[in-house]
Ligand binder design. Structure first.
Ligand SMILES: Nc1ncnc2c1ncn2[C@@H]1O[C@H](COP(=O)(O)OP(=O)(O)OP(=O)(O)O)[C@@H](O)[C@H]1O
Ligand SMILES: [Mg+2]
Length: 225
């Protein structure tokens, strides 16, 4: 599904990634771990075409993302959902409306939105909070709404960039459980985090980045700093 071939990415004189080779198959759950500045977010930005490699290639389903035109990029991005550490929900809209908005933007009809949003909120365990505003929800609940929103256009790939960064342990666990559940339903998930304890517990593929290089690959958890 995703292939990095000898990828180099620089920001002026900073080398953010170098010699990165990586293959992600459909249905995988991958944790990308590394310290601050290691290059995790840059790697995710290359996947969504927000940044382009200075050398090498990033292929998504065999398409070189650097060759995708500006007009076609939004279509490719619709296949990808993203969640971030800083949850940017619309403050004046309820949980339901936040998810509905993502579908409206994609041009879905009202009946479809009204049918789908409750199902997605149910999936993330928040149907009972459908009429709550972000200010009336905990950090973990807000992150789960953000995940629901990212799932609104049924992405085949979900990228989560430090989604538990602002959450306590209980909420972090819930978000992680949710990502695992989404993965079990068929969505490929890439989780970028520096929280090694988090990925230790789930026995999945772990890729460690240090100073822009992949230094370790483990098939099953047990990552140690
Ligand atoms: N837009 C930018 N301009 C210049 N340098 C950048 C830019 N974005 C990232 N960098 C640099 O590239 C390197 C990798 O950054 P990146 O954001 O990918 O790291 P990260 O692993 O996501 O870190 P964190 O855990 O803090 O989010 C860092 O040295 C960073 O300072
Ligand atoms: Mg980052």
């Amino acid at each position: 599904m995703i292939k990095f071939q000898n990828v180099l990415k620089k920001y002026d004189d900073v080398t953010a990634l170098q010699g990165v080779n990586l293959q992600v198959r459909h249905g995988e759950f991958i944790s990308l771990v590394g310290m601050s500045g290691a290059g995790k977010s840059t790697l995710l930005k290359l996947i969504i075409g927000e940044e382009h490699p200075d050398d090498g290639q990033v292929l998504i389903d065999d398409i070189d993302i650097a060759t995708v035109s500006k007009t076609d990029l939004p279509y490719l991005r619709r296949k990808i959902g993203m969640v971030f550490q800083d949850i940017k929900l619309l403050p004046k809209r309820t949980a339901f409306e936040n998810v509905a908005f993502a579908m409206e933007v994609c041009g879905h009809k009202k009946e479809k939105i009204n049918g789908d949003v409750p199902k997605i909120l149910d999936l993330v365990g928040l149907l009972h909070k459908r009429n709550h505003f972000p200010s009336q929800m905990s950090g973990g609940e807000k992150q789960r709404v953000a995940i629901a929103r990212a799932l609104a256009h049924r992405p085949v790939l979900l990228l989560a960039d430090e989604p538990t960064g602002n959450l306590d342990e209980v909420n972090s666990d819930e978000v992680l459980e949710l990502l695992l559940k989404i993965n079990s339903l068929g969505t490929t998930v890439i989780l970028a985090t520096h929280a090694s304890s988090l990925v230790n517990r789930i026995k999945r593929r772990v890729i460690t980045i240090e100073s822009g290089k992949i230094v370790r690959e483990q098939a099953q958890g047990n990552y140690q700093l």
